[in-house]
Unconditional design. Structure first.
Length: 272
């Protein structure tokens, strides 16, 4: 909901359409946030929620590992839900959509740009690539933000294994920085029909083992306990010069992120 709050703080009137079991307390004190409970698989409910919109931001998706375990669910949400949204918006409402760098598959170059071949290696990437094709084929005004993996400053379980190899390039992006880029597209005609990449920037460029070690150390977990893919996954390093020049969103360094994780952990275990 970080993007929603950013838009509201900028004076935008925001309508949120999301699942019933989420916590919407963040909207209680915000007069310009309207919450509509629903599901992108509900064609009629989605159509009603889209009435009167000037811009739309679409972030709903089933992500790995669930997308790989329940492909029917991922297809119905990621592909069919996006198609229902395109239909509900009509032909003129601009759409800000966040596909994923996973559509590239395993990176072939040191710094991936938007012209890199799209050869997804998992079902999630396949659904995101289909989304791009459907949106472009609709002829509507749009901006596509291929976002890298998002690092959330919270006490989350470390994946086993990580979705990258030990020696693989990785470049993630801080949660609120990614939200800043998304929010920067709204009511911004200059970015329509652009495809942009969103990632953390120079301080976030490292090897998978370095990323994992830093997080393990912040949580006082032995770094050697981490597990990795045998073969490279889809993370890489990304050319974000265009998106950064437009939105100036890369505000949090990797070191700041790790510092926040360390503080959260120490607070949780009662260590000063």
């Amino acid at each position: 909901m970080t993007t929603v709050l950013l838009l509201a703080e900028r004076g935008q009137s925001v309508r949120v359409f999301d699942l019933a079991d989420l916590d919407y307390s963040f909207a209680e004190a915000q007069a310009n946030i309207e919450v509509v409970v629903g599901d992108v698989r509900d064609r009629r409910g989605l159509a009603d929620a889209c009435q009167g919109l000037e811009w739309a931001v679409h972030l709903a998706a089933i992500m790995p590992p669930l997308s790989e375990e329940k492909r029917d669910l991922a297809y119905s949400v990621n592909v069919e839900g996006t198609r229902w949204l395109i239909e509900a918006l009509g032909s003129h409402t601009p759409l800000v959509f966040a596909p994923s760098v996973s559509t590239y598959g395993v990176p072939r170059t040191e710094a991936v740009d938007v012209n890199h071949p799209q050869e997804p290696i998992d079902f999630y990437g396949e659904t995101k690539l289909q989304n791009e094709r459907d949106i472009k084929g609709s002829g509507r005004p749009n901006v596509l933000l291929r976002i890298s993996g998002i690092s959330v400053p919270a006490l989350l379980e470390i994946p086993r294994p990580w979705f990258f190899a030990r020696e693989q390039h990785v470049e993630f992006v801080y949660l609120s920085d990614a939200a800043t880029a998304v929010a920067g597209c709204v009511d911004n005609a200059a970015v329509l029909v652009e495809t942009l990449q969103v990632a953390g920037g120079e301080t976030w460029r490292m090897l998978g083992e370095e990323y994992s070690r830093a997080i393990c150390q912040a949580f006082e977990i032995p770094p050697d306990s981490a597990a990795y893919l045998e073969q490279p996954g889809w993370p890489g390093w990304y050319d974000t010069s265009r998106s950064q020049s437009l939105f100036q969103y890369q505000s949090h360094t990797f070191e700041e992120f790790i510092g926040q994780l360390r503080s959260l952990y120490r607070d949780a275990v009662g260590v000063n």
